[in-house]
Design a protein around this ligand. Structure first.
Ligand code: ADP
Ligand code: MG
Length: 265
């Protein structure tokens, strides 16, 4: 992995401020006269460097929750503070700029640009952010593809890649601007078990190298591997606990590029 975070989160007092802080958050969706309360009072702090799995039944509010942390959406009431910015006070335009600099997202259905090669997909966020020189950006994108085990697949279109490979391209794209936070909304939801395992290993590796990782999953096995497990039900957090790996004496085995299975997604 090429991504490291060296920024310190120590406040002058020496007390670590949470990287993500939601306080009294409610989110209502309105369609016509009917309002539906998707989140009904969320308080959640996540410290820099954490890896947090979010689980819960379908419709419980998981996507709504991570979209608020990502600045894709804003709460109806309450405060959302991420990396020092009050997202609930920002307008759409500011949120888009903020998101590019702070968040990498991975989705269940990859959401790659179908007409762009794998390399160009990974390159896109750096192009939009105009990071460094053109040459540098291409080299960085190539490095990201190599980091996810796809160094030799850069010229392929998404349709020419397996599901697992497409999701790894999506992860390379998410890493492009060296975000402090990677958010996955069911990033393994469309992958077979083995491919899901190697995607999880990549997320864990990123986390170990300093990136905060938050991911929604239906896979209770993968959820239990997270050091922290947050359960959402009916718009509330009903449990927030250490995952199994926290009590395990052996660290999860990290997959290196050469060892990544070339599984079909
Ligand atoms: P999950 O990701 O846990 O399946 P979501 O956060 O997507 O749940 O949705 C929570 C609830 O909010 C669901 O009942 C869903 O139907 C509703 N919801 C989500 N997005 C919208 C929307 N844009 N408009 C209206 N209702 C929505
Ligand atoms: Mg969802």
């Amino acid at each position: 992995m090429t991504i490291t975070n060296t920024a310190s989160d120590l406040a002058p007092s020496g007390i670590e401020a949470p990287l993500v802080s939601l306080a009294g958050v409610e989110k209502a969706y309105r369609s016509g006269k009917v309002a539906f309360e998707a989140l009904k009072g969320i308080d959640l702090d996540i410290t820099a460097g954490e890896m947090v799995a979010i689980v819960g039944p379908s419709g419980s509010g998981k996507t709504t929750l991570v979209n608020l942390i990502a600045g894709i959406d804003r709460p109806t009431t309450g405060t959302v503070t991420v990396n020092g910015s009050r997202l609930d006070l920002m307008d759409e335009e500011d949120l888009a700029v903020w998101r590019r600099a702070n968040i990498g997202m991975v989705f269940q259905f990859f959401q790659l640009m179908p007409t762009l090669s794998a390399l160009d997909n990974a390159l896109l966020p750096m192009e939009l952010a105009r990071l460094g020189s053109r040459r540098r950006r291409r080299d960085d994108a190539q490095g990201l593809l190599s980091a996810v085990g796809l160094g030799d697949r850069g010229r392929r279109l998404p349709a020419e890649l397996s599901g697992g490979e497409q999701q790894r391209v999506a992860l390379a794209r998410a890493m492009a601007c060296q975000p402090r936070i990677i958010i996955g909304d069911e990033p393994t939801g469309n992958l077979d078990t083995e491919t899901a395992g190697s995607m999880f290993a990549l997320l864990r590796e990123l986390n170990v190298s300093g990136t905060t990782v938050i991911y929604v999953t239906h896979d209770l096995g993968l959820a239990a591997l997270a050091p922290r497990l947050v359960t959402v039900r009916d718009g509330h957090i009903v449990s927030d606990a250490a995952g199994d790996s926290q009590t395990s004496t052996t660290a999860p085995k990290l997959t290196t590029e050469g060892a990544l299975p070339d599984a079909e997604g």
